[in-house]
Design a protein around this ligand. Sequence first.
Ligand SMILES: CC(C)(COP(=O)(O)OP(=O)(O)OC[C@H]1O[C@@H](n2cnc3c(N)ncnc32)[C@H](O)[C@@H]1OP(=O)(O)O)[C@@H](O)C(=O)NCCC(=O)NCCS
Length: 188
Amino acid sequence: MKTLTTERLTLRSWTSDDADFVFDMYSRWDVQRYIGGSNARIMELHAEAVERIERWQHLDHPIHGIWAVQRTSDGQLLGTLLLKPIPASGEVPPQPSGETEIGWHFHPDAWRYGYATEAAAEVLRHGLAAGLGTIVAVTAPENVASQNVCKRIGMEHQGTTVKYYNETCELFLIASEAHGTSPAAPGA
Ligand SMILES: CC(C)(COP(=O)(O)OP(=O)(O)OC[C@H]1O[C@@H](n2cnc3c(N)ncnc32)[C@H](O)[C@@H]1OP(=O)(O)O)[C@@H](O)C(=O)NCCC(=O)NCCS
């Protein structure tokens, strides 16, 4: 997975040393409330954090990733940025829809500093520059904070959809032409 940087942030692979942070973040209802739709639940065991990091470390994709977002100045972990296949509604087990979604989960201590928007804008740029034609984001209808991130990074609201996750979601989309990012030349 490619390490990405912004003015204030470093987006890197997760390591086993990050398990305390992952557990602290995902064991909070404030963070989990809108993740997983009607199946939303908090992480209850530290071992789940260890297992989740191991799963994230095994992802091997030239464009997609699940990044640890860290403040560059002091190394403080802030949250997670995701670029991954989005599952279609209707299938058990879930089947990929063929589309790519962007998502963000930040620790409440890192909210309201613009970090999620800064990290998301860079992952969006990376994905479109690497050749993705479109990227979608879905949020719970009540998750206004997340919808604001979508808008800040230039995604267009497409209305409500039931196409993904067997849930009713607000759908946001951006196409590479609208973003003005040209795919990198092969090998660049
Ligand atoms: C969704 C989530 C990442 C949004 O976090 P956030 O901190 O509100 O988002 P941003 O990074 O865009 O920060 C924007 C806020 O920082 C403020 N800000 C402060 N300093 C800033 C700076 N230097 N640059 C930009 N914005 C700054 C902005 O004014 C804005 O505040 P406002 O909401 O009062 O207008 C966060 O609520 C979260 O992690 N929720 C739990 C997980 C979740 O629901 N994920 C989404 C699932 S779909």
